[in-house]
Write a protein that binds this ligand. Structure first.
Ligand code: FES
Length: 173
């Protein structure tokens, strides 16, 4: 039979703390604040950045409706996800829309699917200030009209409105 002092020496620190009535959260705080802080840091997983909801606002910099027939959204161009759109020649697909900062600095928003075969593959070309499809080489002007086939139908163009400070871009059907 063990004596009381033998039992105490075999208690783990957790058992000992629990015997004092501390919760597991309090135990973790105790461990991390005490001499074992270094080991807590090294074993903790790296911080995870929450993924924003699709189509939501907040950290995506996008608010509003980006797909379907009632497109109406606003881009916060100060957001890190969208700040590349402040540079002339850059473009980005937002939902169903290709948003481009064209030569001269204005914004153009066109449907993202090529009208030839309803495929993605449109890219803006700054040097020629036009849009080319990588699938079968159709070319479009920045107003959406066909410059070169095989496509025969213009790209749908959306209305763009830039805020006076240049930081918010509204795109609307
Ligand atoms: S899908 Fe664009 S040219 Fe054919």
């Amino acid at each position: 039979m063990k004596t009381q002092s033998e039992d105490q020496t075999t208690l783990s620190r957790g058992d000992f703390m629990r015997s004092l009535g501390l919760s597991s959260a309090a135990l973790m705080a105790f461990y991390c604040m005490g001499t074992t802080m270094t080991s807590c840091k090294s074993s903790d997983p790296a911080p995870v950045t929450p993924t924003p909801p699709v189509g939501g606002g907040g950290s995506t910099g996008i608010t509003g409706t980006t797909t379907g027939s009632a497109i109406d959204f606003t881009l916060d161009l100060t957001n890190a996800n969208l700040s590349t759109l402040k540079t002339e020649g850059n473009f980005s697909t937002i939902g169903d829309v290709l948003v481009i900062k064209v030569k001269g600095g204005s914004y153009v928003a066109l449907q993202k699917l090529c009208t030839h075969a309803q495929l993605e593959g449109l890219s803006y070309r700054l040097a020629t200030d036009d849009i080319k499809c990588s699938n079968h080489n159709s070319e479009f002007k920045t107003d959406g009209s066909v410059n070169k086939g095989p496509a025969t139908t213009a790209l749908k163009k959306y209305t763009t409105t830039l805020s006076t400070d240049g930081n918010k871009l509204q795109v609307k059907a």
